[in-house]
Design a protein around this ligand. Structure first.
Ligand SMILES: O=C(O)CCC(=O)C(=O)O
Length: 259
C-alpha cells in the first residue's frame, strides 16, 4: 500500500493540550479576566535578538510600528513562535490567521516636569477595528474574535514604567465605565513584566498604555491572531519579497486561502 505523502515544507499544526498551550485552569482565568500573564514564554536569547532588531526604531515619541516582518526577519521568531501557534490553535483551531504585528515603543521620561515623549494620559479602549464595526459590538456575550499577545522586550515594574493597565472582566461588560483621564481606576491591574514575559488579551478587554515616567525606554512586541473567517481592515501588510522568504505554512497564516 502506498504511504501518505508528506509535504516537507508544511509544518504540522500544533496540538492543543501540549505543554505549549494553556491548561484548563489558565483558560478559565483568561475567560474570567479577559487577559492572562504567561511569564517567561519567550527564551532570553530570542528576546535579545528581538530587542536588537527593535532598538534602531527608537525615537522621541510613543510609537507603534506595524507589519514588523518588513523591518527585520528575526521578528518571525515571535510571530511564528510555537506557543503563539499552540495557544491560538486552542482558541481558533489550526487554521487561525496571523492578523497583525505591532512593535510598541514608549520612550523614557523626558524633561523634568513629568511629561513623557508624546503620551500624557492613559487612553482606555478596546481593540479591533475601531470605527463603524468595533468587534466588541458585534455579538453578546462577546466571543473571542481576536487574541493579542503582548511580549515584553524590556521590564515594566509598575505604573511609572509606561506599561499596560487592564480592567479585569471588562470584556464581559456591555458599557464602558467612564474612567477618569488622569488616574488609574480602582480595580485596574498593572502587570509587572520582565523581558520574555507575555500577556494574552481578549480584544474586548479595556486597557491602555500608561505614560512612561521612568528612566527606561519600553519596548513591547504584539502578535495578533484571529479565526481565519474574520475580516478586518487592520490586516498585516507584508511585502511580497518578505512573504516569499516564509515557509508555505507561515505564509498561509498571513494570507489564508480558504475563507
Ligand atoms: O503600549 C502598549 O503596549 C499598549 C498598546 C495598546 O493599547 C494597543 O495596541 O491597543
Amino acid at each position: 500500500m502506498q504511504g501518505k505523502q508528506v509535504d516537507q515544507n508544511v509544518e504540522p499544526p500544533s496540538q492543543p493540550g501540549t505543554c505549549l498551550g494553556l491548561s484548563p485552569e489558565q483558560q478559565y482565568d483568561f475567560d474570567c479576566a479577559g487577559f492572562l500573564a504567561l511569564p517567561g514564554l519567550i527564551a532570553p536569547a530570542t528576546v535579545e535578538r528581538l530587542l536588537a532588531a527593535s532598538v534602531p526604531l527608537r525615537c522621541g515619541t510613543y510609537s507603534q510600528f506595524g507589519s514588523v516582518l518588513n523591518r527585520h526577519p528575526t521578528f518571525s521568531e515571535a510571530l511564528f513562535h510555537p506557543a503563539v501557534t499552540a495557544i491560538s490553535s486552542q482558541f481558533f483551531g489550526p487554521e487561525f490567521t496571523l492578523k497583525g504585528s505591532v512593535l510598541v515603543f514608549n520612550p523614557a521620561k523626558v524633561g523634568g516636569n513629568g511629561t513623557t515623549g508624546g503620551m500624557r494620559w492613559p487612553s482606555w479602549h478596546r481593540d479591533a477595528d475601531h470605527g463603524v464595526h468595533p468587534f466588541h459590538a458585534v455579538a453578546w456575550p462577546c466571543p473571542l474574535l481576536q487574541l493579542r499577545f503582548f511580549i515584553a522586550l524590556t521590564a515594566t515594574t509598575g505604573a511609572e514604567s509606561g506599561g499596560l493597565a487592564l480592567y479585569p472582566g471588562s470584556h464581559r461588560a456591555k458599557e464602558d465605565f467612564p474612567f477618569a483621564r488622569d488616574g488609574i481606576p480602582t480595580g485596574a491591574v498593572i502587570p509587572v513584566m520582565s523581558p520574555g514575559d507575555c500577556l494574552i488579551m481578549h480584544h474586548a478587554t479595556r486597557h491602555t498604555a500608561l505614560p512612561n515616567r521612568s528612566a527606561l525606554d519600553r519596548f513591547n512586541l504584539q502578535v495578533i491572531t484571529t479565526p481565519n473567517w474574520v475580516r478586518s481592515k487592520e490586516q498585516e501588510d507584508v511585502a511580497p519579497e518578505v512573504l516569499a522568504t516564509l515557509s508555505e505554512a507561515n505564509r498561509k497564516r498571513i494570507v489564508p486561502g480558504k475563507w
